[in-house]
Design a protein around this ligand. Structure first.
Ligand SMILES: [Zn+2]
Length: 478
């Protein structure tokens, strides 16, 4: 081996062996290491009642026991019994079934109008309803596709002068508008004034260990100083296929205030190219804003954008991986307009690109970030119609001191009517670097690349050892 060969040999060795000394989980460096977690914990939580309680908080006069029919798990039965000998006051129990339940049979309940039933005060009333697939825009949700034995069922809203509460007839866990019936386990984590509980059906196979999922949700909770936090968020793992979506939060399917309950497929990705579904759904529980139809895309866009952002800020993904996610989104060309929300994929995929630009501009010109806009939206006084595009635009402009001529990225009117994917604000590398190259750093790809690189390193080590052995005059027995 001459001198030149030796140099090349040494150079190759350094390149190929270096990955062997990088610790395996190093996915990147958190941008902000000195985050004061305690200051950003959810505060001033609002109550999230459960169906196991009466509205007044007093003990119920009647209890409805919830079960499913053995012959058909999609038929739910609620049987009411008196809980004491106290006189029942005048009035009724009213049950209101949303789009998830369709009453099939009842005794002691009479129909008032579609989906609304009143107790007629006869003894031992009961009601049965079928679990429905919803047909509400933008996504259909199907609760009937459950792995055998598992029962996540909708519960009716209840009211009236007669105070009621619900209980599972056997085993089960009741949230506010959904219940799991069957054997289960719960795991919880505390984030400031908020408790996050994961309800794990016995036949669910979670995509990651429960603690890892709760940690990701906790990280998200600590990085969203946007107000509006429930004191208890309940996350139901769903062992099956929910249809168009991998998860949903009660309320958002009608484009209104999100409730405190998340239903999510047990195999939903904790971090993937399109969605960080668990973080995404949690973020919905922190949205209390109403939006006009032209701005409705911001609901899904902000859930996705802050899912990436909180993953980045907590060090779960590196800046390059964050850029890769934006690049992946940029690479999907739907030739649709954001203003036309009929294809919601556009909102999920292009929305974060626009928000990344608005956020970058806010951060570079003021001390405000898009989180401040999120908080403003949560508390803004708006009419019933919700926040308009103009209000959103004016607010972000005001915060960036561009009251006269808005920079192009703030021209949201134009941004949402284009059919070209908007260019995001990347964090690393030249802005012109093609999306196809940035996509290599997707968390999925990077894991594969790192593995391949390591394999090459090990192979090289073997070659080097064999060469040294030969050089020292040893022979390898064939
Ligand atoms: Zn969503």
């Amino acid at each position: 081996m001459d001198r030149r060969d030796g140099t090349i040999f040494l150079f190759l060795s350094v390149i190929l062996l270096s990955p062997l000394f990088i610790p395996a989980p190093s996915s990147g460096v958190p941008l902000d290491d000195d985050v004061d977690m305690a200051e950003k914990a959810p505060e001033n939580c609002i109550p999230s009642p459960r169906a196991t309680q009466t509205h007044s908080g007093n003990s119920p006069m009647m209890v409805g026991e919830v079960s499913t029919k053995k012959s058909n798990g999609n038929i739910v039965r609620i049987e009411f019994t008196r809980t004491s000998n106290r006189a029942i006051p005048d009035g009724t129990i009213q049950l209101r079934f949303g789009s998830f339940g369709n009453v099939t049979k009842a005794e002691g309940f009479s129909k008032q109008s579609d989906g609304i039933y009143n107790w007629d005060r006869s003894a031992d009333p009961w009601i049965e309803y079928r679990v429905n697939e919803t047909h509400s825009e933008p996504n259909e949700i199907d609760l009937t596709n459950q792995a055998n034995g598992s029962q996540i069922v909708p519960l009716p809203a209840y009211g009236g002068a007669v105070q009621v509460a619900f209980e599972p007839a056997q085993h089960g866990y009741l949230g506010s508008r959904f219940a799991y019936l069957g054997e289960y386990e719960t795991r919880s984590i505390q984030a400031g004034c908020q408790e996050i509980t994961l309800i794990i059906p016995s036949n669910a196979e979670l995509v990651k260990p429960p603690d890892q999922i709760l940690n990701a949700l906790n990280e998200t909770a600590y990085r969203l100083p946007v107000g509006r936090a429930y004191d208890h968020v309940r996350v139901f793992g769903y062992p099956g296929d929910l249809g168009d979506v991998a998860g949903f939060v009660r309320g958002t399917e009608y484009g209104v205030n999100a409730g405190p309950e998340v239903i999510i497929e047990d195999q939903a990705p904790l971090g993937g190219p399109l969605e960080f579904t668990w973080r995404h759904e949690y973020i919905h529980t922190r949205q209390s804003f109403a939006l006009t139809s032209e701005l409705e895309w911001v609901r899904e866009a902000s859930a996705n954008y802050f899912a990436y952002r909180t993953a980045l800020d907590s060090g779960s993904i590196s800046p390059r991986e964050y850029d890769a996610l934006l690049a992946w989104n940029h690479g999907r060309n739907y030739a649709k307009q954001l203003a036309n929300h009929s294809d919601s994929r556009v909102a999920y995929v292009w929305g974060p690109l626009i928000l990344s630009k608005v956020d970058a501009r806010m951060q570079s010109t003021t001390s405000q970030t898009l989180l401040d806009t999120f908080r403003w939206m949560n508390h803004a006084e708006t009419d019933r119609e919700g926040i308009t595009l103009n209000q959103f635009q004016n607010h972000t402009l005001r915060e960036t001191n561009h009251t006269t001529s808005p920079p192009p990225e703030f021209n949201l009117t134009q941004a949402i009517t284009t059919t070209e994917p908007p260019k995001p604000a990347y964090l690393r590398g030249p802005q012109w670097l093609p999306a196809e190259i940035r996509e290599f750093w997707l968390p999925v790809n990077i894991r594969f690349l790192r593995l391949a690189y390591r394999f090459a390193g090990i192979l090289w080590l073997v070659i080097v050892c064999v060469n040294i052995a030969e050089y020292l005059g040893l022979t390898i027995e064939k």
